[in-house]
Design a protein around this ligand. Structure first.
Ligand SMILES: [Fe+2]
Ligand SMILES: [Fe+2]
Length: 533
């Protein structure tokens, strides 16, 4: 078994330690040298000039030094077991012993020496000698215990710190991904945080379903790493992903050149940590951490942490899949409703879509908040949904409507608002539906609101609705000219329509008119409404 080399000096408070040595050894007339278990001298303390010379001699006089240093080495390697030994040589007394804790942990060796004042070479006092040796043995063990305690405390606190950082990271990721409704944004956040923690050359998210690899290069490593082409990285990721998805277990492959599958891919050793993104029923791909510096190998601790992170990623991917399915279902229902409404009147085909698109253009110019945009979008899409309750023969009636029939038509904003108000998410969008036929002068319906009493989203939907109607052909008229539409708009400003919105429309007329004919509908990416049309 490999022995762990302990450079214990890194773990001690040097000043305190020096004082301790001074108290113990200096006062007893000793100079000491302490070695780590590799034989490297970490501490040397000379008491006085003569001792200094002795120690110098230990170091410099080859015969003397080698003999005793080798004995210290034997103490280190344990060849002499726990035995310490003493040597008296002329005027010197030398003590060499393993530097071991009371629990047997080997920290290296201790060599202590002093002038042989106590041990006269002509009259050995063995008793005193033994007492001295026992004293040194005891002190050595106490000292080793003290150092080992410091090492353990430092290790524990480092471990605690690492654990705390892991927990904080997992907590942050959990928090962030709870509030974000964008799958890509969440995964990118996770990858970025993981990159900060592991600091590899790059991370590649292999997305299985779309069969693509998304690269996240580490900006901090750009100058340091040798350039490896995207093709080679992709080839590596393909092979590693296949291995990790097959086993459904995370993998550490330090030095790919060792593995037959990767022979000849890249001349230098590359290290890879691959985390499969799998749930019980499905594989979503993998997160691959690539390290181009062969010395920075991936460790098991990193694997464990990344495994926890991958669980959050899988949850996001699963939720997002579920969300997309539900959204598709919901959009299908909406499309079906719009289909029913528009089938009641062939002249209004595509009307809801155009009102939506014009409203969105207003929202962009007015720089509305994300929340208002959401309400406006759904209000616009569903503004005429109440028409579903109006008999087709009334809607399609070619001649003049009776006042009774007109009242029925006028009920559609209230009916629509009632229908949509059952959906919690749309409680503000409902205002756009209920009030889209109100007029600025208070002569609109259903409530006769005036000016700014009419919610902004309803005023926007109102002008979008009118603009589309003005530009549409009717059974009784062809598509009107631009001059006619412009004149009508100006006339309706301040009576039916919000004059500021009319001004906005006129100032951006080309932009708006293009939207009526455009098939290429620009949508707000961040409101997740893509795919409804
Ligand atoms: Fe309407
Ligand atoms: Fe309408």
């Amino acid at each position: 078994m490999e022995t762990e080399i302990i450079n214990w000096k890194e773990y001690i408070d040097e000043e305190k330690f020096e004082n301790l040595l001074e108290d113990i050894f200096d006062s007893q007339g000793y100079s000491i040298s302490l070695f780590n278990n590799e034989g490297k001298k970490l501490v040397r303390k000379n008491r006085d000039k003569q001792n200094h010379l002795v120690c110098e001699e230990l170091r410099e006089n080859e015969n003397f030094c080698n003999e005793h240093y080798l004995k210290a080495q034997e103490a280190i390697t344990g060849k002499r077991g726990n035995l310490s030994f003493c040597a008296k040589n002329r005027e010197r007394f030398l003590f060499c012993a393993p530097f071991k804790t009371s629990s047997g942990k080997n920290l290296g060796a201790i060599v202590a020496c002093k002038r042989a004042k106590v041990f006269d070479s002509h009259g050995d006092n063995l008793e005193e000698n033994e007492e001295e040796v026992n004293f040194l043995k005891g002190i050595t063990s106490l000292l080793a215990d003290k150092i080992y305690q410091d090492i353990e405390i430092r290790h524990l606190s480092a471990e605690l710190n690492a654990k705390y950082e892991e927990l904080a990271l997992l907590y942050e990721i959990g928090e962030k991904t709870l509030v974000s409704d964008s799958k890509d944004e969440s995964v990118e956040y996770i990858v970025t945080r993981a990159m900060e923690t592991v600091n590899p050359s790059l991370v590649v998210w292999s997305v299985r379903e779309e069969n693509k690899n998304i690269f996240y290069r580490n900006p901090e490593r750009e100058s340091e790493d040798k350039f490896i082409s995207d093709e080679i990285i992709m080839e590596i990721c393909r092979k590693v992903s296949r291995m990790s998805s097959r086993s459904r277990e995370p993998l550490i492959l330090n030095n790919l050149n060792k593995y037959r599958e990767f022979a000849g891919i890249w001349q230098d050793p590359i290290n890879v940590l691959s985390i499969p993104l799998v749930s019980d029923s499905k594989g979503f791909g993998s997160l691959n951490f690539i390290e181009c510096n062969p010395e920075k190998i991936f460790l098991n601790d990193q694997l464990k942490l990344m495994e926890s992170i991958s669980r959050s990623t899988v949850t996001i991917l699963k939720n997002s899949e579920l969300y997309e399915k539900l959204q598709k279902l919901f959009f299908n229902v909406i499309r079906m409703l719009l289909g029913i409404i528009e089938s009641k009147d062939t002249y209004t085909e595509g009307h809801s879509k155009r009102v939506y698109q014009i409203s969105v253009q207003f929202a962009k110019i007015l720089k509305l908040s994300r929340k208002d945009i959401f309400d406006l979008q759904w209000g616009a899409i569903l503004h005429d949904v109440g028409k579903i309750t109006i008999p087709t023969e009334i809607i399609k009636k070619p001649g003049k409507l009776t006042s009774e029939e007109y009242e029925i038509i006028k009920s559609h904003p209230v009916k629509g608002a009632e229908l949509v108000s059952t959906i919690d998410e749309f409680k503000n969008a409902v205002k756009g539906i209920r009030y889209h036929h109100e007029r600025i002068d208070g002569k609109g319906y259903p409530d006769g609101l005036r000016g700014t009493e009419i919610p902004l989203i309803a005023r926007i939907i109102g002008i979008a609705d009118t603009f589309d109607a003005l530009n549409s052909a009717r059974p009784y008229r062809a598509k009107p000219s631009r001059a006619f539409v412009l004149a009508e708009l100006k006339q309706l400003a301040s009576t039916q329509l919000d004059s500021l919105l009319v001004e906005l429309l006129l100032n951006n007329y080309e932009l708006f008119i293009k939207l009526l004919d455009s098939e290429d509908y620009e949508l707000f990416e961040d409101t997740n409404i893509k795919g409804i049309w």
